[in-house]
Design a protein around this ligand. Structure first.
Ligand SMILES: NC(=O)c1ccc[n+]([C@@H]2O[C@H](COP(=O)([O-])OP(=O)(O)OC[C@H]3O[C@@H](n4cnc5c(N)ncnc54)[C@H](O)[C@@H]3O)[C@@H](O)[C@H]2O)c1
Length: 363
């Protein structure tokens, strides 16, 4: 079926602009596309953490890496005009729920106005044919129920981050209706879609207040990790899974335009929706019991207890589905951080995981 395997020929020399290329997902995406010979321009602030995958894996090598703020429309437009991207994948964001409680204004300005600016720059650049806006599973109005959210469920968000992602979805929808409408597609020729993925895990993440990085930091410092919500169930997925979905969707948008220009969920199978405590226990098993954990007794702001995506649409219409089960994803993560702690070549190691992933069949 078309869409099951990434089409390397499609990506060769394709001009792609990635915002957020210095972040965790952006670094993996840049390495993946670079391995296909894509002509990449990255537009981001500096890497958000230290250490970070962007520097460790030398991601800037052979890509055009522009340091810039998506809130600066003038600069963003200049970069679009200069490099004439055909495809835009917008991932830059203030990406952390807890940080959004401390910095709500910054979160909204980056995640909402930043999205407006990226779509506006795309609108004013004739070369753009596909724009994919990355939001989050948290964009939905969370009813804390057991069912997965579908693409046509209402947007919402309890905290500033989640709500900013719901807003980014509304912005995307309004831009599509107003300037890139599916009915006028033959005239404007631009397909605009959004993608909502769940809790992403993988090697090379050092994000603050994220479970796997918190655990890896604790191991490296030989101290216990504080666990906030052990019973909270999350749709865990290896970072390569949603990226695979994004790339599959972009190819469809390029070939079939407006038919696919809407919102898409890319979540894991039901078996990968596990409580935080399950992840801690299984990572500890893989590390021969070396993870010590303790309950986080601090006052913590509200975080969703249950959140799941319904991904029937991507399965049926894109032919996309997850390839890695959660146990294997955790093994890959442990291998990645082990290689890192042994001063391995992390570009080569990350690329080898990408290749392994490409060679896997869907589960
Ligand atoms: N990691 C997850 O579990 C997850 C889950 C769902 C959705 N997402 C979304 O996926 C995207 C990428 O996530 P990530 O985990 O790689 O995040 P990250 O925090 O690692 O990276 C964020 C990137 O955005 C850039 N950035 C932030 N503010 C910017 C600004 N004002 N101007 C320009 N660049 C800016 C950073 O420099 C960095 O390159 C984000 O939109 C995030 O909300 C992530």
């Amino acid at each position: 079926m078309e869409g099951l395997v990434m089409n390397a020929t499609f990506w060769k020399d394709r001009k792609v602009l990635i915002t957020g290329h210095t972040g965790f997902k952006g670094s993996w995406l840049s390495m993946w596309l670079k391995s296909k010979g894509t002509d990449i321009t990255g537009y981001s602030l500096l890497p958000p953490t230290n250490p970070n995958l962007f520097e460790i894996a030398d991601v800037s090598e052979k890509i055009r890496s522009v340091t810039g703020d998506i809130r600066d429309l003038t600069h963003l437009k200049t970069v679009f005009t200069q490099y004439q991207p055909e495809i835009v994948i917008h991932m830059a964001a203030q990406s952390l729920v807890r940080c959004s409680y401390d910095n709500p204004v910054e979160t909204y300005s980056a995640n909402v106005m930043g999205t407006v600016n990226v779509l506006e720059a795309a609108r004013q650049t004739d070369s753009v044919r596909v724009a994919l806006i990355i939001t989050s599973d948290k964009c939905y109005e969370n009813k804390e129920w057991i069912w997965g959210y579908r693409e046509n469920d209402p947007m919402g968000g309890h905290d500033p981050y989640s709500s900013s992602k719901g807003c980014a979805e509304l912005v995307t929808s309004a831009y599509r209706s107003s300037f890139f409408s599916n009915t006028d597609y033959p005239g404007h020729g631009v397909a605009v879609a959004s993608a909502r993925a769940g809790n992403v895990i993988g090697g090379g993440d050092w994000g603050h207040d994220r479970l796997v990085p918190d655990i890896m930091r604790a191991i490296m410092k030989d101290r216990p990790v504080a666990i906030r919500n052990p019973n909270a169930i999350r749709p865990w997925q290896h970072v390569l899974e949603p990226l695979d979905g994004y790339l599959c969707l972009v190819e469809k948008l390029w070939r079939h335009g407006s038919k696919f220009a809407e919102g898409w969920n890319f979540g894991p199978n039901d078996e990968s929706c596990r409580p935080v405590s399950w992840i801690v226990a299984n990572l500890s098993r893989l590390r021969s019991g070396s993870i010590r954990s303790e309950p986080d007794s601090a006052e913590n702001p509200h975080e969703a207890a249950y959140l799941k995506l319904d991904c029937c649409k991507a399965r049926r219409l894109l032919g996309w589905s997850p390839k890695l089960d959660l146990a294997t994803a955790l093994e890959w993560i442990v291998e990645w951080y082990r290689e890192y702690s042994q001063s391995g070549n992390m570009r080569e190691f990350s690329e080898s995981q990408i290749l392994r992933y490409e060679n896997m069949r869907q589960v």
